[in-house]
Design a protein around this ligand. Structure first.
Ligand SMILES: Nc1ncnc2c1ncn2[C@@H]1O[C@H](COP(=O)(O)OP(=O)(O)OP(=O)(O)O)[C@@H](O)[C@H]1O
Ligand SMILES: Nc1ncnc2c1ncn2[C@@H]1O[C@H](COP(=O)(O)OP(=O)(O)OP(=O)(O)O)[C@@H](O)[C@H]1O
Ligand SMILES: [Mg+2]
Ligand SMILES: [Mg+2]
Lengths: 225, 225
């Protein structure tokens, strides 16, 4: 369902360039559960943004469900980001002037969902924020903001879930609950790619991809008995 | 050196109030190395902000080096924040229009340090960012931003270091390097309080304080053999 072919990403900076991705090749099948690990600055978020259609490669190709993304119109890309892909950002990217519940309802507005309030409240209650619905993002703890970002990404139950360090700001018990939610979604058929620095999180997936200096260096397959 | 006496913190919200801290009593001695753990939303960042003179209790007292903080002038508080306490924020709080090096030099400007550039570069090189000096914060990865926040907090070599989840966004190797730096500072005599969700980080300190629902519930002392 996801296919990256010799993908490169350069960021111009001053008179030079940062080569964030230097030829990435990756195939992800439908319903696969993949973890991406690697040193800070190695290109994980950059790769995830390309997968989420939030950024484009400098060169190389990205095929999503068999279709080349670089050929798509802005409307098609927006539709993918809204319905097909749920993205949990490393720095949450919540809308500061909306409440917690409103933030989670935003994707449901765009997809024309008829029962936004109930869907948003159910997700927020699951991640333990049922008592924070009317707070604004700057009235939340770091881990609470992260949980709102998770609820928002899952609002439209997208077939592909891309999570950039979804347990980085929460205690281990809350982290287990988040991983239980992702595990249940995986069982239901979703395709999930998680960037994580946490080995215990990575070991709950099926396949660990290790990135260094903008390239995939090795992969481990995980057998759950 | 740090003494909290029945400290409470209330946040008004809508028609109600969030009781973020509900009577916290804490004594930290000079050169102590303390970890603070607890569930997401339990009050850790709130407590750390009060310790760092970035916020004031709703009631109760905070004595720093024997002096009641609530009695201090704005100038005295600013001086404490600049020279006595180094604060590493959970969401970094970097200045977006300054470069990495300029961000780290800011505290050195305020303290009138005569050799800012060298101090900033040395710290940034230690945390592995010697090649990112001229980037702006939004041109960095999450973990790179975290490392700039660490370098900046340490610029004036403050006697008290308050770190809000300093390894949350980095891989384990980078995290070990950060902990090695904090460990070395502790050996040199600094007092360190780390909020963390990571047990391996907490076990490197001398004392683990566990918070739940705005109150300290238990403490563990760690004996290093
Ligand atoms: N400005 C604010 N207004 C209202 N409530 C707030 C505000 N800031 C924090 N809170 C609430 O106070 C509680 C404690 O927040 P705090 O940031 O101290 O938690 P924390 O222990 O650091 O959590 P985390 O591990 O997720 O970072 C949270 O439940 C949060 O919703
Ligand atoms: N807008 C930008 N301009 C210039 N360089 C950038 C930009 N964004 C990222 N970079 C650089 O590209 C590299 C890869 O960044 P990326 O965010 O993908 O890393 P990461 O693997 O997610 O790191 P972390 O684990 O710290 O989150 C980093 O070295 C970073 O400095
Ligand atoms: Mg990242
Ligand atoms: Mg916090």
């Amino acid at each position: 369902v996801i296919s990256l072919d010799d993908v490169r990403k350069d960021y111009p900076i001053g008179t030079g360039v940062v080569q964030a991705l230097r030829g990435v090749n990756l195939e992800v099948s439908p319903n696969e559960y993949v973890a991406v690990m690697g040193p800070s600055g190695s290109g994980k978020s950059t790769m995830l943004h390309i997968l989420g259609c939030l950024d484009t490669p400098s060169s190389g190709s990205y095929r999503l469900d068999g279709v080349e993304v670089s050929g798509m119109s802005e409307i098609e890309l927006a539709s993918i980001r809204n319905r097909k892909v749920g993205f949990i950002f490393q720095s949450y990217n919540l809308l500061p002037r909306m409440t917690v519940q409103q933030n989670v309802e935003v994707p449901l507005v765009f997809s024309g969902h008829s029962d936004r309030s109930r869907v948003a409240q159910r997700l927020l209650t699951y991640v333990g924020l049922g008592h924070r619905l009317d707070h604004r993002p700057n009235q939340l703890s770091g881990g609470e903001q992260q949980r709102v970002a998770i609820a928002r990404a899952l609002a439209n139950s997208p077939s592909i879930i891309l999570a950039d360090e979804p347990t980085g700001s929460v205690d281990s018990l809350t982290g287990q609950k988040i991983m239980a939610l992702l595990g249940a979604l995986h069982k239901e058929g979703h395709t999930i790619v998680i960037v994580t620095h946490d080995e215990t999180v990575a070991r709950q997936t099926e396949r660990i991809i290790r990135i260094r200096d903008g390239q995939i260096k090795k992969e481990d397959l995980i057998v759950h008995l």
